[in-house]
Design a protein around this ligand. Structure first.
Ligand code: IDP
Ligand code: MG
Length: 153
């Protein structure tokens, strides 16, 4: 099982799309293991977006991500990092396929609604960066027997 971090960004919160984001991921069969609202500060954002700090868009990205609270989610599932990236869609929403979150709800790379971890390693690291161990929940999901062939929780 992999873990992935989802952030419903300020535009999702402002536009009232948080519920639809959660719904799409839940209905896929992913297991929600952490959920909270939070304001992200400069330090957290510089860690989270370390690979982008030197890029021209970084200061705009940081301002945007601080512009209102976000909703943080941790999900667990079999190979869920890649599966969730497909549900989220391309970074540029105008190129994201219809049916994906960005393809259905967004028009601009700088307002693309949602963050999703991009590798198994970043999924583990990002979930740990944003959630204390007490905020992550390990529980049996009875639905798993209907979601995965030959797998019990
Ligand atoms: P990702 O969110 O699909 O993984 P990344 O390339 O990791 O995309 O970029 C992180 C975030 O930085 C994007 O989701 C977007 O919010 C922002 N971003 C990336 N490229 C640009 C750009 O060219 N202009 C404005 N914002 C950008
Ligand atoms: Mg990324």
């Amino acid at each position: 099982m992999e873990r992935t971090l989802i952030i419903a960004k300020p535009d999702a919160v402002q536009r009232g799309l948080v519920g639809q984001i959660i719904t799409r991921l839940e209905q896929k069969g992913l297991k929600l293991i952490g959920l909270k609202m939070s304001s992200l500060d400069e330090t957290m954002l510089r860690t989270h977006y370390a690979e982008h700090i030197e890029k021209s868009f970084y200061s705009g990205l940081e301002q945007f991500m601080k512009s209102s609270p976000v909703v943080l989610m941790a999900f667990e599932g079999l190979e869920c990092v890649d599966a969730v990236r497909l549900i989220v869609g391309a970074t540029n929403p105008r190129q994201a396929v219809p049916g994906s979150i960005r393809g259905d709800f967004a028009m601009d790379t700088g307002r693309n609604i949602v963050h999703a971890s991009d590798s198994k390693q970043s999924g583990e690291a990002e979930v740990s960066n944003f959630f204390d161990s007490k905020e992550l929940f390990d529980y049996d999901k009875s639905e798993y027997v209907h979601v995965y062939d030959d797998m019990s929780p």
